[in-house]
Design a protein around this ligand. Structure first.
Ligand code: PGA
Length: 251
């Protein structure tokens, strides 16, 4: 099984609808036969407009930054998975560290979101990663292993094979401090070994594991050239077509 290379842009709470459509068009124009699949993750209100802008390019897919864990009901201000599907979403970020921190999303809740996303045949991009204190205490490997165990390892092998993982050390997100290629490779290798032990070598080999945290044109090539780094989840540097374009070209 060969795994997919992915350049995913997470726009977070940036870009209005007009900005987003313009950015998506420029990226789509750039991404003609790219080596990696390109995924754009705009804010909810821009999903439909961005979908229109990219729908004729098979190399560019649409993701949502989150979805609610319930399918429908009295949840004022929330967005359901069916609503996302109706506007062309194919991937959903689950467990971004900003949602874990600001919205108190637990490993248990994220396990339920993963199940929901898979039940609709969409692809969860499951985010994991440790805070600086945990890295400094030297327990980052166990910490990330526990995130995977509590949110993903209940899945059947067939379901696990449908997910994408993004390792994003919190100390590297939006800080300008990037994990070194060795630090990224080391964690990605550990994640792959955990998957092998839980499922199979074939499953581990087929899982795309992205790195996130201050990826930029200047470091993308070095990061992506590691054997266990299958691409990136990019925040700040995905907000400009030229920098994200350069990242797409780094594979
Ligand atoms: P950053 O964000 O590239 O701005 O560090 C990455 C992310 O949070 O996905």
């Amino acid at each position: 099984m060969s795994r997919q290379l992915i350049a995913a842009g997470n726009w977070k709470m940036n870009t209005t609808l007009t900005d987003g459509i313009e950015l998506a068009k420029a990226i789509s124009q750039h991404a003609q036969s790219p080596k990696a699949l390109v995924i754009l993750t705009p804010p909810f209100v821009s999903l439909q407009g961005v979908h229109e802008a990219i729908k004729d390019n098979d190399a560019v897919k649409l993701a949502a930054q989150n979805c609610h864990v319930e399918e429908k009901g009295a949840y004022t201000g929330e967005v359901s998975i069916d609503m996302l599907m109706a506007v062309g979403v194919e991937y959903v970020l689950v467990g971004h560290s900003e949602r874990r921190a600001y919205n108190h999303e637990s490993n248990e809740l994220l396990a339920r979101k993963v199940d929901l996303v898979l039940s609709k045949n969409l692809t969860p991009i499951f985010c994991c990663g440790e805070a600086l204190e945990i890295r400094e205490a030297g327990t980052h490997i166990e910490f990330v292993a526990n995130q995977l165990k509590e949110s993903l390892f209940h899945l059947s092998k067939a379901d696990f094979q449908k997910i994408v993982i993004a390792y994003e050390p919190i100390w590297a997100i939006g800080t300008g401090v990037t994990a070194s290629p060795e630090q990224a490779q080391d964690m990605h290798k550990n994640i792959r070994t955990l998957i092998e032990n839980q499922y199979s070598a074939e499953t581990a080999d087929g899982t795309s594991i992205l790195y996130g945290g201050s990826v930029k044109p200047a470091n993308a090539k070095e990061l992506f050239s590691n054997p266990d780094v299958d691409g990136g989840l990019v925040g700040g540097a995905s907000l400009k077509a030229d920098s994200f374009g350069a990242i797409i070209d780094s594979f």
